[in-house]
Design a binder for this molecule. Structure first.
Ligand SMILES: [Zn+2]
Ligand SMILES: [Zn+2]
Length: 178
């Protein structure tokens, strides 16, 4: 994972650009996200990092294409994503004594900023998580699967009599029972 040491940030700030491959993100994502998705292409990030007193200001953008699963028809589809963000990290309290640093380190430090390092990969991934739709749709008008026979209604309609429109989720349950 890509990190930056605080003392590597010069007075005038720092511009960074990096790219992370799917493979290197995979392990990290397994631990972190219960949303089912994958990266289709590498994750590209670009940030400006500045010191402001004792805080760190980060502005930047992340860009990638994800592979999501449609909640209606259950097909996987590419989901291009690009988002800008702004973050302020508050790592340090005013001149803490050594004891205080020991005791209170959890409270004082942002989770993106630990042990004097900014966790840039985590920051980038977090921005992606925030942009993933709660109920991904391959397209707005996706017709989903038939709740009776399970056929993809985007491809062909079936003869089944349906009581009401059902979501892809109930169609999935039906499929599993069969
Ligand atoms: Zn769909
Ligand atoms: Zn049907």
């Amino acid at each position: 994972m890509f990190t930056l040491k605080l003392d590597e940030i010069p007075e005038e700030g720092l511009d960074l650009k990096w790219q992370e491959e799917r493979a290197s993100l995979a392990t990290y994502l397994k631990d972190l996200s219960n949303i089912d998705f994958d990266f289709e292409i590498p994750l590209q990030s670009e940030v400006k990092i500045k010191r402001a007193d004792r805080s760190i200001l980060i502005t930047g953008k992340v860009q990638t294409t994800l592979r999501l699963q449609c909640v209606r028809c259950l097909k996987e589809f590419p989901y291009p994503l690009s988002t800008a963000f702004e973050l302020t990290l508050h790592p340090l309290k005013e001149a803490p004594s050594e004891e205080e640093t020991e005791l209170g380190s959890e409270e004082m430090e942002s989770s993106f900023l630990e042990g004097g390092e900014i966790h840039l990969s985590e920051i980038a991934c977090e921005q992606i998580f925030l942009e993933i739709p709660y109920q991904p749709l391959c397209r707005e008008e996706c017709r989903g699967l038939c709740s009776v026979c399970g056929k993809d209604q985007n491809l062909s309609s079936c003869e089944c009599v349906k009581e009401e429109w059902t979501s892809g989720f109930s169609a999935l349950k039906k499929l599993k029972l069969d």
